[in-house]
Design a binder for this molecule. Structure first.
Ligand code: COA
Length: 264
């Protein structure tokens, strides 16, 4: 089905592996096109409840944008490349189903940006993170200047981007860039364990958590029709009251039983 990614669905969890291990899973045009298509399926396929994004091979999540592909680009081509990357990563960030990055090695440049576009990150203890674009005379172009700042704060974001420093899993955890560090062997199981908990909750409410939390960090009126995150929260809080799952959740609590959510 795809050339540069692996796509599988097990027990409602879609696993997408960037699959160019001989190039440390560097992101080229075809990877973006295939990620875009894969997320069309994630959005539409009702048998998918959540997503794990990881990298093929034992060494790398994604070692960045494919430098060989863009090295000879002119300014207009570079702007188009950045906008395309941003577009696909917005699609991941705004996915109404939970998306976890399972970072299993290098997450550099576009790889760190891909991980940051996911809803949260779990990494193995061999993971390495960084935005080393200044080494190439560049800045991050797939949302990294914005999302790294949202996640680790302005001062650390400035330092990491200006120095091109590569940080290890523990430092990423200390900075709040990843939620958990596991062994290599336990990485995917840890993601599955968390996703299985999320699968027991009401899917409509989960999708509205994603929407409202994204509004808090993106804070862009283009995404909220000029409304504040608080306005949006009140509106989506109200929308939850129109679902069967909200009635089921509150009734189950009052009847002292577990809720049986149906996604309606
Ligand atoms: N774009 C294109 N190719 C890449 C790549 C990238 N971002 N990262 C790695 N590769 C390729 C290498 O060119 C090499 O290909 P080759 O075998 O055909 O020569 C292959 O992947 C293996 O990489 P190599 O550099 O030999 O592995 P290493 O273990 O010595 O080093 C890294 C690993 C991650 C430190 C190193 O590959 C690196 O610095 N990559 C670029 C990171 C970066 O700057 N990313 C931001 C890009 S905007």
């Amino acid at each position: 089905m795809f050339n540069t990614i692996l796509f599988s669905i097990t027990e409602g969890i879609c696993t997408i592996s960037i699959n160019r291990p001989d190039k440390l899973n560097a992101l080229n045009k075809e990877v973006f096109d295939e990620l875009d298509k894969a997320f069309d399926d994630v959005y539409q396929n009702s048998s998918i409840y959540s997503v794990i994004i990881t990298g093929s091979g034992s060494k790398s999540f994604v070692a960045g944008a494919d430098i060989a592909e863009f090295a000879s680009f002119n300014k207009d081509q570079a702007i188009a490349l950045s906008k395309r990357g941003q577009e696909v990563f917005f699609k991941i960030e705004n996915c109404p189903k939970p998306v976890i990055a399972a970072v299993n090695g290098f997450a550099l440049g576009g790889g760190c940006e891909l991980a940051m576009a996911c809803h949260f990150r779990i990494c193995s203890d061999n993971a390495k993170f960084g935005q080393p674009e200044v080494n190439l005379g560049l800045i991050p172009g797939y949302g990294g200047t914005q999302r790294l700042t949202q996640l680790v704060g302005k001062a650390k974001s400035m330092e990491l981007q200006m120095t091109a420093q590569i940080i290890d899993a523990n430092e990423a955890s200390n900075l709040g860039l990843v939620n958990y560090v596991t062994s290599k062997e336990s990485l995917i199981n840890k993601c599955i364990e968390i996703l299985k908990v999320i699968h027991t909750k009401a899917p409509f409410a989960i999708s509205k958590i994603i929407d409202t939390v994204n509004t808090a960090v993106i804070g862009d009126s283009a995404f909220t029709n000029g409304k504040s995150g608080y306005d949006k929260e009140a509106e989506l809080f109200g929308d939850c009251f129109a679902t069967n799952d909200m009635k089921e959740g509150t009734t189950a609590f009052l009847e002292k039983r577990k809720p049986n959510f149906t996604g309606k």
